[in-house]
Unconditional design. Sequence first.
Length: 252
Amino acid sequence: MSAFGAYIIGDEILSGRREDKHFAKLRELLHARGLRLSWVHYLGDEPQRLTEAFRRSLASEDIVFSFGGIGATPDDHTRQCVAHALGVPLELHPEAEALIRARFGERTTPQRLEMGRFPRGARIIPNPYNQIPGFSVADHHFVPGFPVMAWPMVEWVLDTQYAHLFHREDYVEDSVYVWDAHEGDLVDLMQALTVRYPEGTLFSLPSVPEETGGRRRLELGFKGPRAVVEAAMRDIVAALEARGLSWERPRS
């Protein structure tokens, strides 16, 4: 099954002038469809880095969403860098041109038409907010940085192009909170579970007392095929109880 990844682009994200909201939202949109996010890269407005990143991921089989940098101001480089990575020119997309002209009418300018110049062979992504489209090439999908535009566009791409992947993977996560325990006290249990259930992945997430109201807490769990996770969690709970350790399920 193809992996899903994301680029989140903009100097304003890296400098802290804007707070990224795309990572959490994309993860939510994928999860609701039985999909999961494998990687996220944050990139500034540096054409060379952008081109190199796009060249690498376009050579892969990953399904990638890219947020930001598709406008027509001098600090927007995404469209040009995708074209460079593909080795094709930018061209005014006829559907994009029609949408932009319909949106602006007599106020259509060459600058506004620049927003419809995409790498040759691109497909448009409709924008329900202001009709200025994004674009797709292969399994890479480029949307604006504005959440009000980007998120419906991502949903449209998922629902029209990848519905055949929804809820297909047998993958779940489960965990318990273990109270007043150190990771070091449970390493032997973790090692045994990793050997016993190689089809799944164990995870251990400690929290310091300052984060949990004064008590030490360790989240211990498993992820992978449902049957494997259920069996591993039964073993975890049995081992914790045998050791006299206090545990509870995380609240939803």
